[in-house]
Design a protein around this ligand. Sequence first.
Ligand code: APR
Length: 244
Amino acid sequence: MAERKIETGIKDLKEKLWRAKHIAVLTGAGISAESGVPTFRGEGGLWKQFRAVDLATPEAFSRDPKLVWEFYNWRRELISTLSPNPGHFALAEIERRIPRFTLITQNIDGLHKKAGSRNIIELHGNLWLVRCTGCETVREDMRVPIPELPMCESCGSLLRPHVVWFGEMLDPLVLNSAYEAIAGCDLMMVIGTSGTVQPAASMGVQAKRNGAAVAEINLEPTPYSDLYNISICGKSGEILPQLL
Ligand code: APR
């Protein structure tokens, strides 16, 4: 029975997908799970081994920047060894075939870009970018590890990861471009996100309100599953390639 539901969901989504003129996709940690990136919540959640809530905050960074950089170096080390999975690649292929395609991601791992996706909006920043706490300059920095307390080449102030920490605002320009895509799309896919962190959590509902069809792909139901047009329970790395 469950399998038949998955099959019907894929068939329905496929029909909508290849008719769509503008697709918006929202991804979360689940899309990278099959690459080996730990998710934040659920089985194997990052928080079970590390109290990320205590480390990914501006307060933690001002209290102990060395510890926070140690944590990010651990994540850099892990992610630098990982590759995109078939789910990432399928999204890059869909982008090649659809006139307008916007990929909004909460992930900071950079795996969508590695898979060939181009029009990416990174809501929570990027693990491979650093920002100066003095002059605000943002630079790519692929070093693994980064020196314990990295300093800005221009002004000598301390560098921090260019990611959005708990309690921080999202960049309004980044957020606006996500809302533009959501307002203009005729299909939105919400993939591998638990829907617990705002504002991303309500983006699917907003797209639906604007008249788009919304499809969710997740390992398990989420609080939003019943509100969407299609909800497919399964691994994104297995479901997404079946849409091609
Ligand atoms: N395929 C599809 N979905 C999956 C898979 C998979 N292979 N593996 C796990 N999932 C689902 C889980 O069922 C869960 O609903 O992915 C979701 C991951 O949820 P979270 O770990 O909460 O990740 P996310 O929604 O991206 O978290 C949002 O919270 O901690 C902050 O800033 C962090 O960007 C993150 C944000």
